[in-house]
Structure formats: C-alpha cells, structure tokens
Design a protein around this ligand. Structure first.
Ligand code: PXP
Length: 248
C-alpha cells in the first residue's frame, strides 16, 4: 500500500492571493484556512499532511502550522529550505518529519531537487540536528544516483524523489516510460542504500495510475491536483478518490 501525504500549500497560496497585504481587512475574516483543510483531508483518509514554510513566507505562515498542530490527527511533514534560519524554525515547530527542499524566490512552486552533493556539510548538520530530536529527515532530490548516495552518506533516513519530469513527460508515452524507468531505478538504488523512498510533485488523477507502478515507494506527497479537484468535488471527495486510485 502506498501512503498518501496531502500537501495543503495551495490552500495558503489561494488565501495569500487575496490577503497577503491586508490580513485584517474584511473584519479580520480570512479564507481559506490551510489548517481546516488539513483536518478535513485527515478525516477523508490522508495518511499525513505536508506544509512548506518558505523563507519569504509567501504561502504557508508559521501560524498555519501552529494552528494545524493543535488538532493534528495524523502527522506533519514540514518542508523547509536548508538555510540556518529555516532549520532552526523547523526544529522549534517539532514536526513528525522534515523534508529539505531547494528554494528559489522566482518559482511558483518547488521546481527542482535539492543538490545534496553540493550542500553536503550543511545538509549533514541539519540531518544531525533533526535526528537529535528524533525527527526523520527527507531530501527532496532528483532520481539521481549521486544525490541518493549523498543522502545516505549524510545519514538522512528518507528521500523524496522529484516526480516533476515524469509528470511533464506524461502526454508523450515514450518520454513518460523513460522518466518512469529513471524513477524506478532511483527507487531501487535508494532502497538498496537503506533509504525510505517517498515521491512527489505533479502527481495527479490521471498520471497516478502509472506513478503507482513505483510499488516500493512508501508515500506519495500530492498537493496541487487534490486541491484543484476539491474546487469541483469538495476536499473529502478529492482525498478519498486519490486514496482509492492509489491503492486500487
Ligand atoms: N513534494 C514536495 C517536496 C513539494 O515541494 C511539493 C509541492 O511543490 C509536492 C511534493 C507536491 O507537489 P504538487 O503540488 O505538484 O502535487
């Protein structure tokens, strides 16, 4: 069974589109609320919740995380960058796991994998700091052997393979199969190195059918597509449908 982590960042993106500069207008009424959507997703079958607090606080706010934690029913996977400030913040929030991601101020959402090879000592320090608090760390990386080996070398127990190239290649069967085989190879290398292998980015209701052929992946983290479907069908439906597709 592949677990489903629901990423609620896009709920915050929608809220910030209206209220970024005026949180106290409209009598202080601000919507939508990422914490409420996270609790709803948990009730509908999410195995975990992912939130990404960015350096520039563009989407999810620290208050969203704190609010969610007050009534958390599953577990929080907190995404942060490798910067000292963000690692300190993540340590103080005590999530159930941390995923280290690259950050680029110009991107709308996370676009490439973290370069663990180029940031080896900084990443190792972060893994050690989280490990001291019994928080497993995941490296969000491209399915590349050198990144997998570097992640294992610094003692990160988990990795999350970036599935963006597979999702982009989806319309072309040949390219899709090529990207899938790269991911499959990455999955096998990761497992042979003793890593728990998760995956995410760009997985949706159409491509999940072939993404789930990555049978030894522990968890898929899915955000955009679930939140989009929720606009039409409601969040409970979108989470339970994805759960069913993932494991049918
Ligand atoms: N995994 C990570 C590390 C992410 O940063 C994101 C969001 O970009 C996702 C998974 C989910 O991606 P999507 O919103 O495309 O489903």
């Amino acid at each position: 069974m592949i677990l489903l982590g629901v990423n609620v960042d896009h709920v915050a993106t929608l809220r910030q589109a209206r209220y970024r500069d005026e949180p106290n207008s409209f009598g202080g009424f601000v919507e939508p609320d990422p914490a409420s959507m996270a609790w709803l997703a948990e009730d509908a079958g999410a195995d975990g919740i992912t939130m990404h607090v960015r350096e520039d606080r563009r989407h999810v706010q620290v208050e969203d995380v704190e609010r969610y934690l007050e009534r958390k029913k599953t577990r929080l996977n907190l995404e942060v960058s490798l910067s000292e400030e963000m690692v300190e913040l993540a340590l103080s929030l005590e999530p159930d796991s941390v995923c280290l991601v690259p950050e680029n101020r110009m991107e709308v959402t996370t676009e490439g994998g973290l370069d663990v090879v180029a940031n080896l000592s900084r990443a190792e320090e972060a893994v050690r700091a989280f490990d001291n608090k019994n928080i497993p760390t995941s490296m969000f990386i491209d399915p590349d052997a050198s990144q997998l080996e570097a992640s294992a070398k610094i003692g990160s127990p988990w990795v999350e393979l970036h599935t963006g190239s597979f999702a982009r290649a989806w319309p072309n069967k040949e390219k899709r199969e090529k990207e899938l085989s790269i991911l499959r190879e990455g999955m096998e290398v990761g497992i042979s190195l003793g890593l728990q292998v998760n995956a995410g980015h760009g997985i949706n209701y159409e491509n999940v059918e072939s993404a789930k052929s990555l049978l030894r992946v522990t968890e898929f983290n899915i955000g955009h597509s679930i939140i989009c479907r929720a606009l039409e069908h409601g969040l409970a439906d979108s989470v339970s449908t994805m759960r069913r597709l993932l494991n049918s």
